[in-house]
Design a protein around this ligand. Sequence first.
Ligand SMILES: Cc1cc2nc3c(=O)[nH]c(=O)nc-3n(C[C@H](O)[C@H](O)[C@H](O)COP(=O)(O)O)c2cc1C
Length: 263
Amino acid sequence: MPVVYIIFYSLYGHVYTLSESVKQGLESQGITVKVFQVPETLSEDILEKMHAPPKRDIPVITVEELSKADGFLFGIPTRFGTMPAQIKAFLDSTGQLWATGALAGKFVGTFFSTAAQSGGQETTAFTTITYFAHHGMNYVPLGFANANMFDTTEVIGGSPYGSGTVANGDGSRQVSQKEKDIASTQGENFGKIIQTFHKGSKILNGEASEPADKVQTIATETLSVEPPVVTEEKPKPAQESSRSVAIPADSDSPKKSSKCFCM
Ligand SMILES: Cc1cc2nc3c(=O)[nH]c(=O)nc-3n(C[C@H](O)[C@H](O)[C@H](O)COP(=O)(O)O)c2cc1C
């Protein structure tokens, strides 16, 4: 069974709640999931001043543990648009693994929590990607794999870099069902990729005989991707502009059925 570690930091519990949905998605694909928190770097004094509740009874990750997993999903609460010092300190301690290439080729993804909708979930992702690139890991983005990501009727965390929640400045907002669904899709898709790689490796190593074309089908055809729901509208007449391009309504272009600006 492939093994994925969920590794998180969560001072007030939002990232932890999201991790449960990520875990559910992974397990739906037959992945063995182990959940860890990163070591705390703040003193008890400071934690008290921040009104932090007691830590959950979840094992603390060690660097040595990392080489045993097939993939990792990091749960990250944003600090000033970047990852918090606790996650950074842990990643900084992986130098020995980098030197030996121990994490090269492993899969990794990220999910987030911010206080505000525009609080920096995407910039936080960028602060982690350099670590993963230096280790030679395969960063797996979420993309727009869940239709809730196109819903603008309510606050919904997450981005193509990973699922997310919006906690509010006072932490009062809880993870919504739509955010949980997105997180579960992220776990599911990550699990499918890990399973495909795992099965493919076994075939290449002569440990399994499943036909390669079946493995490829799992990779290319079964990822959950829910396109946005778009209504059929008559195209507005093109404005007179040197930059506008009129696309005939009966064009054979494969894009003609989509009214989404991004498709
Ligand atoms: C020092 C500090 C910096 C923060 N910086 C940001 C920020 O840049 N953007 C934002 O939206 N929220 C920011 N927050 C809010 C946290 O992201 C929020 O408390 C966290 O996502 C809640 O997740 P948790 O319940 O898992 O701890 C900050 C919080 C602290 C304590």
